[in-house]
Design a protein around this ligand. Structure first.
Ligand SMILES: *[C@@H]1O[C@H](CO)[C@@H](O)[C@H](O)[C@H]1NC(C)=O
Ligand SMILES: *[C@@H]1O[C@H](CO)[C@@H](O)[C@H](O)[C@H]1NC(C)=O
Ligand SMILES: *[C@@H]1O[C@H](CO)[C@@H](O)[C@H](O)[C@H]1NC(C)=O
Ligand SMILES: *[C@@H]1O[C@H](CO)[C@@H](O)[C@H](O)[C@H]1NC(C)=O
Ligand SMILES: *[C@@H]1O[C@H](CO)[C@@H](O)[C@H](O)[C@H]1NC(C)=O
Ligand SMILES: *[C@@H]1O[C@H](CO)[C@@H](O)[C@H](O)[C@H]1NC(C)=O
Ligand SMILES: *[C@@H]1O[C@H](CO)[C@@H](O)[C@H](O)[C@H]1NC(C)=O
Ligand SMILES: [Zn+2]
Length: 793
């Protein structure tokens, strides 16, 4: 049941927090004098009744103070075969489990109803009330309680107890009917409650569940009643002979569209065409094709690919664009209206995982602005499909409507026609409309020929929807719909790239020229000014280790996960890595990653189970080094203000530029806080800590440890290749003929030591942060850098 609740909340995209098991303490309910939760849901009423100590009183008080209702579900009790009416804690209410129901109906005057519309009586013969034995019904003894739904008993209960008890069933508040869903209006103790006498498997309970959330949250958790939708008919010319549209089918399609427009103004089918296959059916079907062209102005058209080829088969963008243009010439010849700027890719290929050539050509050839896909982030679970924007093309999630290319005749529906009918009558198609404010449905040409299952399905779906809900269907052209989608879900604008090799379906629609072995095996994430360049250099000396190629703008660093480069996509990222040979280990180093909040999630999604390497030096020294770095880059503020002035500057008093410099000196040094952000996404065993002091004073030892942590089987001996250069004051690489090669001019820069007052100030400033780091590393069982040990004594 818990999963059912979570899936529903995820599907409607309400934010929630879950507590599992016995509740010993409540989560923080109040934040800045604001209530954090709009509704409290108990999967099991007894979890609430058994709250320990002050918890229940505190929760009740919270509900009264912040107008928050409580929702209870009764699933657990149905399992125990309790048939006797029991008191609900101290409430003037009894319940009885294991009751069999029939003739389930909605109380048409219940104030709870919002989306729910009292359709009719659900009798067991029309739509079976699921698990008829599992119902709990409520017996109220106070006028605060009113029925939300009512039902009759399917069979008299097998009560072996006294007659008096069975009388409770019908005599409570004088009701003849049983109450499976009950509303407490708060007249008893000031708290509104809804009791569900079953789980959420029955479709009607799902609708009522959303209404209960809205009611109990005083409207804060409410979806609007509008449902925007679009129906695509893909492959309009692609079907094999004997499965294609005839003249009558085309006429029926247009008639249905006209009919639909009565309820849904402007509704227009989107027809997807691959021009090559026109007139490839029987003679009669060619007449159907001609009819489509004749009525072309009555529909909206979108390009699908000239001969239904998949975009990822083309690596050469010019070739792909040329090929697309053939379909465009077809559209021009036949005056197909493609002004919707919408397109769909055969098999989703190239949309996700992104094939940048496809997006390039879509824009160039067709001026495409929106598309839809089922593949982002994954096909399943379908309620978690999302959208994103890449190169200004809106990708919005597509929903399945139980119709596929091969489902052409109702009586031959896979698994029996009941499967389709169930999906329409409260099942997945119904729920798609219920939960998603924006729906893009994909159907195929073959669903409109034969027995026109596509018309049947949506006709029935809409009748069912109008009968049982107050939802209003609205049509908007694709581009408007796309904009609406991202206005509703602005957090989805930015994509989060996943690893194509972790999803079989993604791998199938990924170019053969792309290969996950060219993703790095580990990433050095910084922070800046801790010796990351030296580490990068040392790692490259290793015969089997290779770094990313340099970037023309950011040099040795790719800076993919942290900044705008991320939106260039993984094709761009992969272009920085050679295809590794044999046992080469690839790595990337971008010191900007460490303290950027967005990085850990992105890195984990693209490179799961890969190590990250963090170098830690004394944060005071790091701050000073950053300051000196900025001076040598002629930063106006670093040149004008002393280090001490910089670190002690005050926001609101000193210039913004100085404050900004100060933050970039000081913020990365809160190592523990940043590490905790990483730990939200990356498991501790994948985080490697390098002692930055050791890397400087004994690099061979540090490199030995690092190789061990990375699990290298062959350890390269750095003491053979690194030699201390007295003149330079650091380690350099031994070259043939006794020469040595050192890091460039700018590295290992010389500058005066930090003055005492800054040193003292920073020691105090970072005292707590360093202690926190010490404890964190201890807890993670990570080696503690020497400098930190000293500080913590
Ligand atoms: C239906 O709900 C209304 C309003 O809450 C209530 O007054 C009425 O008693 C309910 N009807 C039944 C049959 O319980
Ligand atoms: C089809 O389009 C034509 C031309 O735009 C229009 O005159 C006609 O009314 C449309 N028919 C239907 C049924 O929408
Ligand atoms: C890509 O295709 C174009 C046009 O077909 C061709 O001229 C060009 O040489 C191809 N480029 C590569 C790198 O193969
Ligand atoms: C194409 O369709 C759009 C939207 O239905 C309409 O506004 C536009 O006038 C049509 N263009 C042509 C050339 O018929
Ligand atoms: C491309 O589409 C946009 C938005 O619909 C439109 O403003 C623009 O004029 C179109 N450009 C071309 C070249 O058709
Ligand atoms: C990647 O390349 C390796 C070696 O060339 C090959 O064995 C592997 O099958 C390729 N993987 C994919 C997903 O193409
Ligand atoms: C990769 O392995 C093959 C066969 O073992 C070998 O011939 C080749 O030289 C190796 N390549 C590199 C770059 O080490
Ligand atoms: Zn197709």
């Amino acid at each position: 049941l818990g999963r059912g609740i979570i899936v529903t909340l995820e599907a409607v995209r309400f934010k929630f927090q879950v507590q599992v098991g016995e509740i010993r303490s409540l989560p923080g309910l109040i934040d800045n004098n604001k209530g954090r939760y709009a509704v409290v849901i108990f999967e099991d009423l007894y979890m609430y009744l058994n709250l320990q100590g002050q918890n229940r009183a505190n929760l009740d008080q919270y509900c009264r103070d912040f107008n928050v209702g409580i929702l209870y579900l009764f699933y657990f009790y149905s399992k125990a075969k309790i048939v006797i009416a029991k008191m609900v804690g101290s409430f003037p209410l009894r319940f009885m489990s294991s009751v069999r129901l029939k003739d389930y109906e909605i109380n048409a005057t219940s104030p709870l109803l919002r989306i729910t519309r009292p359709g009719s009586v659900v009798s067991t013969s029309i739509v079976p009330v699921p698990s008829p034995n599992d119902w709990t019904i409520f017996l109220p003894y106070h006028h605060t309680y009113t029925a939300v739904t009512l039902a009759s008993r399917l069979k008299p209960p097998k009560l072996r107890k006294t007659k008096r008890r069975s009388n409770h069933l019908n005599s409570a508040c004088g009701l003849e009917k049983l109450i499976p869903v009950l509303l407490d209006q708060g007249l008893y103790d000031g708290i509104q409650r809804v009791f569900f006498g079953n789980n959420l498997k029955f479709w009607l309970q799902k609708v009522l569940f959303l209404d209960a959330l809205s009611y109990l949250s005083y409207g804060r958790l409410s979806l609007p009643l509008e449902r925007y939708f679009q129906i695509d008919i893909d492959d309009i010319f692609v079907g094999v002979a004997e499965s294609r549209l005839l003249v009558n089918d085309v006429q029926a399609l247009l008639n249905f569209q006209t009919e639909l427009r009565k309820n849904v103004p402007g509704f227009t089918y989107q027809l997807g065409f691959s021009g090559k296959f026109i007139y490839s059916g029987t003679n009669l079907e060619s007449e159907g094709d001609r009819m489509l062209l004749k009525l072309a102005d009555n529909f909206s058209w979108f390009p699908h690919m000239w001969s239904h080829m998949q975009a990822h088969w083309f690596s050469n963008a010019s070739k792909l664009c040329e090929y697309m243009d053939i379909n465009r010439q077809f559209a021009l010849r036949h005056s197909l209206n493609t002004s919707s700027n919408y397109a769909v890719a055969p098999h989703h290929a190239g949309v996700y995982p992104v094939h940048q050539q496809l997006y390039h050509c879509w824009r160039k050839v067709w001026n495409i602005t929106s598309t839809s896909s089922e593949e982002y982030p994954n096909l399943r679970p379908d309620h978690r499909r999302k959208g994103f924007i890449y190169r200004n093309i809106m990708v919005i999630p597509r929903q399945t409507c139980s119709l596929f290319t091969h489902t052409m005749v109702l009586d031959m529906y896979p698994g029996g026609k009941e499967v389709l009918l169930e999906s329409i009558d409260g099942g997945s198609l119904f729920q798609s409309f219920l939960y998603n404010q924006v729906n893009v449905f994909m159907t195929h040409q073959s669903n409109y020929g034969n027995d026109r299952l596509g018309l049947f399905t949506f006709d029935r779906a809409m009748k069912f929807l109008y009968k049982w809900t107050n939802l209003r269907l609205v049509y908007e052209p694709p581009e408007v719909l796309g904009k609406r989608y991202f206005n509703l879900y602005p957090e989805e604008v930015e994509p989060v790239w996943s690893n194509p090799c972790l999803n079989r379906r993604h791998l199938e629609i990924w170019s053969e020229e792309k290969n996950c072995s060219s993703f790095p095996k580990f990433v050095v994430v910084g922070p800046q000014k801790t010796g990351t360049t030296a580490l990068y250099w040392f790692l490259n000396m290793h015969p089997h280790v290779k770094s990313n190629l340099p970037s023309p703008t950011t040099f040795e660093e790719v800076q993919f996960f942290s900044g705008p480069n991320y939106f260039k996509g993984i094709d761009w990222y992969m272009s920085f890595f050679p295809t590794p040979e044999n046992n080469t280990v690839l790595f990337e180093k971008s010191a900007t990653y460490f303290d950027q909040k967005v990085v850990p999630k992105r890195l984990k999604t693209l490179l799961p189970s890969k190590h990250i390497v963090v170098i830690l030096i004394d944060p005071a020294l790091r701050a000073y080094s950053w300051y000196q770095h900025m001076r040598s880059h002629h930063d106006a503020f670093a040149l004008k203000y002393s280090f001490y002035e910089t670190i002690t500057a005050h926001r609101g008093v000193d210039p913004d530029g100085l404050i900004s410099l100060q933050r970039r000196c000081l913020d990365p040094g809160f190592y523990a806080n940043h590490l905790e952000n990483w730990l939200d996404f990356i498991q501790p065993q994948f985080i490697i800590i390098v002692d930055g002091d050791m890397l400087k004073t004994d690099p061979a030892a540090a490199m030995f440890q690092l190789q061990k942590s990375l699990g290298f089987t062959e350890i390269y001996q750095y003491n053979k290749i690194l030699k201390f250069d007295e003149r330079k004051g650091f380690f350099c690489q031994v070259q043939p003929k006794g020469k040595s090669k050192c890091l460039g001019q700018s590295k290992g820069r010389k500058y005066p030591e930090m003055e005492d007052e800054s040193w003292k100030y920073l020691t105090k400033y970072y005292e707590e942060a360093n202690l926190k780091l010490f404890k964190l590393l201890e807890r993670l069982k990570k080696p503690i850098p020497e400098w930190l040990k000293k500080k913590s004594k």
